[in-house]
Design a protein around this ligand. Structure first.
Ligand code: 16G
Length: 240
Protein backbone atom coordinates (compact mmCIF):
# COMPACT_ATOMS: atom_id res chain seq x y z
CA UNK A 1 0.00 0.00 0.00
CA UNK A 2 2.85 2.36 0.84
CA UNK A 3 5.92 1.76 -1.29
CA UNK A 4 8.98 3.45 0.16
CA UNK A 5 11.00 2.75 -2.99
CA UNK A 6 8.49 4.51 -5.22
CA UNK A 7 9.37 7.95 -6.62
CA UNK A 8 5.87 9.06 -5.52
CA UNK A 9 6.19 10.96 -2.23
CA UNK A 10 4.98 8.97 0.77
CA UNK A 11 2.54 11.67 1.92
CA UNK A 12 0.92 11.47 -1.52
CA UNK A 13 0.65 7.69 -1.34
CA UNK A 14 -1.01 8.01 2.07
CA UNK A 15 -3.46 10.56 0.65
CA UNK A 16 -4.39 8.15 -2.14
CA UNK A 17 -4.77 5.32 0.38
CA UNK A 18 -7.14 7.34 2.60
CA UNK A 19 -9.08 8.57 -0.46
CA UNK A 20 -9.54 4.98 -1.65
CA UNK A 21 -10.86 4.04 1.81
CA UNK A 22 -13.38 6.90 1.57
CA UNK A 23 -14.38 5.87 -1.97
CA UNK A 24 -14.91 2.24 -0.97
CA UNK A 25 -16.92 3.23 2.10
CA UNK A 26 -14.46 1.72 4.58
CA UNK A 27 -14.27 5.21 6.03
CA UNK A 28 -17.73 6.77 6.21
CA UNK A 29 -18.84 10.43 6.24
CA UNK A 30 -18.50 12.01 9.69
CA UNK A 31 -16.48 9.05 10.96
CA UNK A 32 -13.22 9.83 12.76
CA UNK A 33 -10.15 8.63 10.88
CA UNK A 34 -7.49 6.63 12.76
CA UNK A 35 -5.00 8.63 14.84
CA UNK A 36 -1.58 9.63 13.53
CA UNK A 37 -0.04 6.96 15.73
CA UNK A 38 -2.08 4.21 14.06
CA UNK A 39 -0.87 5.26 10.60
CA UNK A 40 2.70 5.66 11.88
CA UNK A 41 2.71 2.12 13.29
CA UNK A 42 0.90 0.62 10.32
CA UNK A 43 3.15 2.03 7.61
CA UNK A 44 6.32 2.85 9.60
CA UNK A 45 6.25 6.44 8.45
CA UNK A 46 6.86 9.69 10.30
CA UNK A 47 4.17 11.77 12.01
CA UNK A 48 5.24 14.74 9.90
CA UNK A 49 4.52 12.83 6.69
CA UNK A 50 1.12 11.84 8.05
CA UNK A 51 0.34 15.41 9.07
CA UNK A 52 1.24 16.62 5.58
CA UNK A 53 -1.12 14.08 3.98
CA UNK A 54 -3.98 14.91 6.34
CA UNK A 55 -3.56 18.67 5.83
CA UNK A 56 -3.72 18.19 2.06
CA UNK A 57 -6.88 16.08 2.42
CA UNK A 58 -8.46 18.75 4.64
CA UNK A 59 -7.58 21.46 2.11
CA UNK A 60 -9.03 19.37 -0.71
CA UNK A 61 -12.28 18.88 1.23
CA UNK A 62 -11.98 15.11 1.85
CA UNK A 63 -11.52 15.51 5.60
CA UNK A 64 -12.41 18.13 8.20
CA UNK A 65 -10.95 18.86 11.61
CA UNK A 66 -12.81 19.61 14.80
CA UNK A 67 -10.84 21.33 17.53
CA UNK A 68 -10.11 18.97 20.39
CA UNK A 69 -11.96 16.11 18.75
CA UNK A 70 -9.98 14.90 15.78
CA UNK A 71 -10.13 14.55 12.02
CA UNK A 72 -13.26 13.30 10.29
CA UNK A 73 -14.39 12.19 6.85
CA UNK A 74 -16.28 14.91 4.98
CA UNK A 75 -19.56 14.42 3.14
CA UNK A 76 -19.03 13.66 -0.54
CA UNK A 77 -18.95 16.82 -2.68
CA UNK A 78 -22.01 17.56 -4.74
CA UNK A 79 -21.04 17.40 -8.40
CA UNK A 80 -22.42 19.84 -10.92
CA UNK A 81 -22.00 18.83 -14.54
CA UNK A 82 -21.60 21.97 -16.56
CA UNK A 83 -24.10 20.76 -19.11
CA UNK A 84 -27.74 21.65 -19.34
CA UNK A 85 -29.35 24.52 -17.51
CA UNK A 86 -30.88 23.08 -14.38
CA UNK A 87 -32.39 24.56 -11.24
CA UNK A 88 -31.04 23.92 -7.79
CA UNK A 89 -34.14 21.86 -7.00
CA UNK A 90 -33.63 19.66 -10.07
CA UNK A 91 -29.89 19.31 -9.37
CA UNK A 92 -30.41 18.05 -5.85
CA UNK A 93 -33.25 15.68 -6.72
CA UNK A 94 -31.16 14.15 -9.49
CA UNK A 95 -28.53 13.30 -6.89
CA UNK A 96 -31.00 11.82 -4.44
CA UNK A 97 -30.64 14.76 -2.06
CA UNK A 98 -33.56 16.72 -0.62
CA UNK A 99 -33.49 20.34 -1.82
CA UNK A 100 -34.41 23.11 0.58
CA UNK A 101 -34.21 26.86 1.08
CA UNK A 102 -33.81 29.13 4.07
CA UNK A 103 -35.09 32.57 3.16
CA UNK A 104 -32.78 35.37 4.32
CA UNK A 105 -34.57 38.34 2.71
CA UNK A 106 -37.25 39.00 0.12
CA UNK A 107 -37.99 42.51 -1.14
CA UNK A 108 -38.70 44.72 -4.12
CA UNK A 109 -36.05 47.38 -4.68
CA UNK A 110 -35.25 49.91 -7.42
CA UNK A 111 -32.59 48.38 -9.72
CA UNK A 112 -29.09 49.79 -9.27
CA UNK A 113 -27.16 50.77 -12.38
CA UNK A 114 -25.36 47.40 -12.44
CA UNK A 115 -28.45 45.23 -11.92
CA UNK A 116 -30.39 47.31 -14.46
CA UNK A 117 -27.61 46.73 -17.01
CA UNK A 118 -27.52 42.99 -16.37
CA UNK A 119 -31.29 42.71 -16.79
CA UNK A 120 -31.55 45.20 -19.69
CA UNK A 121 -33.78 47.53 -17.67
CA UNK A 122 -33.82 51.25 -17.00
CA UNK A 123 -32.15 52.21 -13.73
CA UNK A 124 -34.57 52.21 -10.74
CA UNK A 125 -37.02 49.75 -12.38
CA UNK A 126 -38.52 47.60 -9.56
CA UNK A 127 -36.78 44.24 -9.17
CA UNK A 128 -37.15 41.43 -6.65
CA UNK A 129 -34.04 40.93 -4.56
CA UNK A 130 -34.17 37.50 -2.95
CA UNK A 131 -31.52 35.99 -0.69
CA UNK A 132 -31.77 32.26 0.00
CA UNK A 133 -29.50 29.75 1.65
CA UNK A 134 -29.85 26.64 -0.50
CA UNK A 135 -29.82 23.39 1.41
CA UNK A 136 -29.05 19.80 0.46
CA UNK A 137 -30.44 17.34 3.01
CA UNK A 138 -30.83 20.32 5.39
CA UNK A 139 -27.14 21.29 5.17
CA UNK A 140 -26.21 24.69 3.66
CA UNK A 141 -24.58 24.41 0.25
CA UNK A 142 -24.88 27.90 -1.21
CA UNK A 143 -26.03 31.44 -0.57
CA UNK A 144 -27.93 32.79 -3.57
CA UNK A 145 -28.92 36.38 -4.22
CA UNK A 146 -31.38 36.57 -7.11
CA UNK A 147 -32.57 39.70 -8.95
CA UNK A 148 -35.69 39.42 -11.12
CA UNK A 149 -37.66 42.13 -12.97
CA UNK A 150 -40.85 42.52 -10.91
CA UNK A 151 -43.07 43.20 -13.92
CA UNK A 152 -41.82 40.07 -15.72
CA UNK A 153 -41.62 37.46 -12.96
CA UNK A 154 -44.99 38.51 -11.55
CA UNK A 155 -46.66 37.41 -8.35
CA UNK A 156 -43.64 35.93 -6.59
CA UNK A 157 -44.22 35.12 -2.94
CA UNK A 158 -42.04 33.80 -0.14
CA UNK A 159 -43.88 30.51 -0.36
CA UNK A 160 -43.08 30.08 -4.06
CA UNK A 161 -39.44 30.95 -3.43
CA UNK A 162 -39.22 28.37 -0.66
CA UNK A 163 -40.12 25.79 -3.26
CA UNK A 164 -38.69 26.30 -6.80
CA UNK A 165 -38.31 29.53 -8.75
CA UNK A 166 -37.83 27.81 -12.11
CA UNK A 167 -40.87 25.60 -11.65
CA UNK A 168 -43.00 28.71 -10.97
CA UNK A 169 -41.61 30.58 -13.98
CA UNK A 170 -42.21 27.66 -16.34
CA UNK A 171 -45.36 26.11 -14.99
CA UNK A 172 -47.31 29.03 -13.54
CA UNK A 173 -46.09 31.93 -15.67
CA UNK A 174 -45.66 29.74 -18.79
CA UNK A 175 -42.40 31.47 -19.73
CA UNK A 176 -39.73 29.45 -21.55
CA UNK A 177 -36.37 29.41 -19.81
CA UNK A 178 -33.82 29.05 -22.56
CA UNK A 179 -30.19 29.74 -21.73
CA UNK A 180 -27.73 31.34 -19.35
CA UNK A 181 -24.19 32.57 -19.15
CA UNK A 182 -22.23 32.19 -15.98
CA UNK A 183 -18.84 32.96 -14.51
CA UNK A 184 -17.21 30.89 -11.80
CA UNK A 185 -14.39 32.13 -9.62
CA UNK A 186 -12.74 31.05 -6.40
CA UNK A 187 -12.66 33.34 -3.39
CA UNK A 188 -12.76 33.42 0.40
CA UNK A 189 -16.18 33.64 2.06
CA UNK A 190 -17.24 37.10 3.20
CA UNK A 191 -17.87 37.75 6.88
CA UNK A 192 -21.69 37.87 6.60
CA UNK A 193 -21.72 34.57 4.67
CA UNK A 194 -19.96 32.59 7.43
CA UNK A 195 -22.93 31.96 9.77
CA UNK A 196 -25.35 31.43 6.86
CA UNK A 197 -23.13 28.82 5.23
CA UNK A 198 -21.98 27.47 8.62
CA UNK A 199 -18.30 27.73 7.73
CA UNK A 200 -15.22 29.14 9.46
CA UNK A 201 -13.49 32.41 8.63
CA UNK A 202 -11.07 31.91 5.74
CA UNK A 203 -13.07 29.11 4.08
CA UNK A 204 -13.02 29.01 0.28
CA UNK A 205 -16.21 29.46 -1.75
CA UNK A 206 -17.01 29.25 -5.44
CA UNK A 207 -18.59 32.47 -6.61
CA UNK A 208 -20.99 32.13 -9.52
CA UNK A 209 -22.59 34.98 -11.45
CA UNK A 210 -25.36 33.86 -13.76
CA UNK A 211 -27.58 35.79 -16.17
CA UNK A 212 -30.46 33.74 -17.55
CA UNK A 213 -32.58 34.42 -20.60
CA UNK A 214 -36.02 33.48 -21.91
CA UNK A 215 -36.56 32.06 -25.40
CA UNK A 216 -37.03 35.57 -26.87
CA UNK A 217 -33.71 36.73 -25.42
CA UNK A 218 -35.13 38.70 -22.47
CA UNK A 219 -32.96 38.37 -19.35
CA UNK A 220 -35.18 37.24 -16.47
CA UNK A 221 -32.68 36.76 -13.64
CA UNK A 222 -29.27 37.81 -12.46
CA UNK A 223 -27.94 35.58 -9.68
CA UNK A 224 -24.89 35.83 -7.46
CA UNK A 225 -24.16 32.61 -5.58
CA UNK A 226 -21.49 31.56 -3.11
CA UNK A 227 -21.10 27.78 -3.00
CA UNK A 228 -19.20 26.02 -0.21
CA UNK A 229 -16.05 24.81 -1.94
CA UNK A 230 -15.73 21.89 0.47
CA UNK A 231 -19.12 20.53 -0.54
CA UNK A 232 -19.42 21.42 -4.23
CA UNK A 233 -17.43 20.82 -7.38
CA UNK A 234 -17.90 21.26 -11.11
CA UNK A 235 -17.30 18.51 -13.61
CA UNK A 236 -16.86 19.40 -17.24
CA UNK A 237 -16.35 16.95 -20.06
CA UNK A 238 -15.23 18.08 -23.46
CA UNK A 239 -14.76 16.62 -26.91
CA UNK A 240 -11.85 17.23 -29.19
C1 16G B 1 -29.73 27.42 -9.66
C2 16G B 1 -29.23 28.59 -10.50
C3 16G B 1 -30.00 29.86 -10.25
C4 16G B 1 -31.50 29.63 -10.26
C5 16G B 1 -31.87 28.50 -9.33
C6 16G B 1 -33.34 28.17 -9.38
C7 16G B 1 -26.77 28.24 -10.57
C8 16G B 1 -25.45 28.81 -10.35
N1 16G B 1 -27.84 28.94 -10.26
O1 16G B 1 -29.33 27.56 -8.34
O2 16G B 1 -29.66 30.77 -11.27
O3 16G B 1 -32.18 30.80 -9.87
O4 16G B 1 -31.15 27.32 -9.69
O5 16G B 1 -33.56 27.14 -8.44
O6 16G B 1 -26.86 27.17 -11.07
P1 16G B 1 -34.98 26.73 -7.91
O7 16G B 1 -35.87 26.50 -9.08
O8 16G B 1 -34.72 25.51 -7.10
O9 16G B 1 -35.52 27.88 -7.07
Amino acid sequence: MIDKNSPIPIYHQLEEYIKSQIESGELKPDEAIPSERVYADLFKISRMTIRQALTNLVNDGYLYRQKGKGTFVNQKKVENRLEGMTSFTEDMKERGLTPGSRLVSFEIIPASRKIADMLHLAEHTPVFEIKRVRLADDAPLALETTFLPANLVKGLTEEIINHSLYEYIEEKLSLTIHEATQQIEATIAKEHELPLLEIDRGSPVLLIHRTSYLKDGTPFEYVKSAYRADRYKFVHSMKR
